[in-house]
Design a binder for this molecule. Sequence first.
Ligand SMILES: C[S@@+](CC[C@H](N)C(=O)[O-])C[C@H]1O[C@@H](n2cnc3c(N)ncnc32)[C@H](O)[C@@H]1O
Length: 246
Amino acid sequence: MFDPLADAYAAARPSYPEHVFGDIERVLGRPLAGTDVIDVGAGTGIATRLLLARGARVVAVEPGPSMLARLLDRSPGVPAVRGDGEALPLRAGIADLVCYAQAWHWVDVPVAAAQAARVLRPGGAIAVWWNDVDAAEFRWWQRQQERLERMSPGYRREYRTRPFADELRWTGHFSEVVTLTGRWQRRIGMDDYLTWLRSKSYVAAIGDRLEDFLDAERRTMLRAFPDGVVVEPFRTLLVIARTPEG
Ligand SMILES: C[S@@+](CC[C@H](N)C(=O)[O-])C[C@H]1O[C@@H](n2cnc3c(N)ncnc32)[C@H](O)[C@@H]1O
């Protein structure tokens, strides 16, 4: 579902704020430098590169061949394999950390949690996180959500309000589950903003009326941001679950 979006994805997806990695280090009780990390649903490698920059040894796992190709274009030489979080093509007990950046909502939780627990060493952790646009008080956001609910089959703005921490707890694989949130914002030019919208699976699902949707978005956003630079607020939700010490 993401593979045809690989170009838009590589061009305009937001990155992740530094505090995500600082929070992971605090819960893990060690710096990321020198840790063995599996980045699952790695996409074009946005999180993979941030983890590498912190000195982690990262293996990227991604089911989509075009996404994987973009990752390897941008980060040649990074160990990367085609694979699914529900059947990780990796040996047991090889990782300190399994990450899902903006990808955990695509997997069946009990199956993927068992796979993560299998590849983790005792005392390791799974970290799953999302950037969610945090703009409910703004008219431009309300207009966009109304338009999506009208035009994207099955789209509902509450689609990601699941009890992610409880779901991980209920699997029985983890001894400690922590939820952390943070807020940040970015400034992004109008064309890049529209490319970012195109990279979302539920926007692509609009199908034949996609250009109408994007034209309407451009008009709404130019009323809110007449200089053509969108200030986009985000809330980052991070859930970290640790396996018991050996
Ligand atoms: C929103 S993208 C996030 C990509 C990247 N982690 C990032 O932060 O930009 C979601 C990714 O999850 C991948 N994905 C979807 N289903 C998956 C599954 N069952 N196992 C692993 N990855 C999956 C998609 O191919 C896509 O690359």
